[in-house]
Ligand binder design. Structure first.
Ligand code: CA
Length: 227
């Protein structure tokens, strides 16, 4: 599980990062609003902890702009105790929860888990065009026809489905799907992608897996251009 912490107070950010890592989360920290929003838009996070008062761009503006652009990553706002009106505004703008500072780490953890549970329930099925991936049964369907997947193929396809239209490099797949923090130096990624795309695409005229030569792969029903 990956968490983005957007927080300018270094002490708080360090405390959150350390505590969450100890609980097994992967944690990125952004120390201003602009960097935080960029990370939220480019990386895939399971939950975002978003401070309200931030340099460059405040938390509510970030929340509003992310939701406006249909980025639905669960967001927990971290607010100062006096901001009751802001809390209501934040929830109306699509925050999933909020915590008033100072908060205890245990309460934060409970809130994160509850937000993650809710978001898992709302995302039982991932869809792209006529491809559907059930995150509970781990089965895929394309055009209504069931496709059996091995556990690694499932993990790989889930990663593609959660990053639709994004160029995904081999090293990113090695890291996110295999858990390698280094280049495995083999073509294991290509072998798996080739196998998976055969299962998904071979019987269909419209291909959903695309190759960006020398760079990686992406899920799209047409060729896209990447800078
Ligand atoms: Ca702050």
């Amino acid at each position: 599980m990956k968490v983005l912490v957007i927080e300018d107070e270094q002490k708080v950010a360090r405390f959150l990062k350390k505590g969450l890592e100890a609980e097994g989360f992967e944690v990125d920290v952004a120390e201003d609003g602009e960097k935080g929003e960029k990370a939220a838009r480019t990386e895939q996070y399971d939950v975002i902890l978003l401070d309200v008062l931030l340099p460059v761009k405040d938390g509510f503006s970030i929340l509003r702009d992310l939701r406006h652009d249909k980025i639905k990553t669960p967001i927990i706002m971290l607010t100062a105790r006096s901001d009751t009106e802001d809390i209501v505004g934040g929830l109306e703008q699509g925050a999933d929860d909020y915590l008033c500072k100072p908060f205890s780490f245990d309460v934060l953890l409970a809130r994160i888990r509850s937000v993650l549970r809710r978001s898992a329930q709302s995302q039982v099925k991932l869809k792209y065009k006529d491809l559907v991936l059930d995150t509970v049964t781990h089965k895929a369907q394309r055009g209504g026809k069931t496709i059996e997947l091995t556990s690694r193929e499932y993990a790989l396809l889930e990663y593609f489905m959660r990053n639709q239209g994004k160029l995904i490099t081999r090293s990113e797949l090695a890291r996110e799907v295999w858990g390698y923090n280094f280049d495995p130096g083999t073509n294991v990624v290509d072998v798996y992608v080739t196998h998976l795309r055969k299962k998904i695409d071979s019987e269909h005229k419209v291909k959903l897996f695309q190759t960006e030569r020398g760079k990686g792969y992406y899920l799209s029903d047409k060729k896209l251009s990447f800078k």
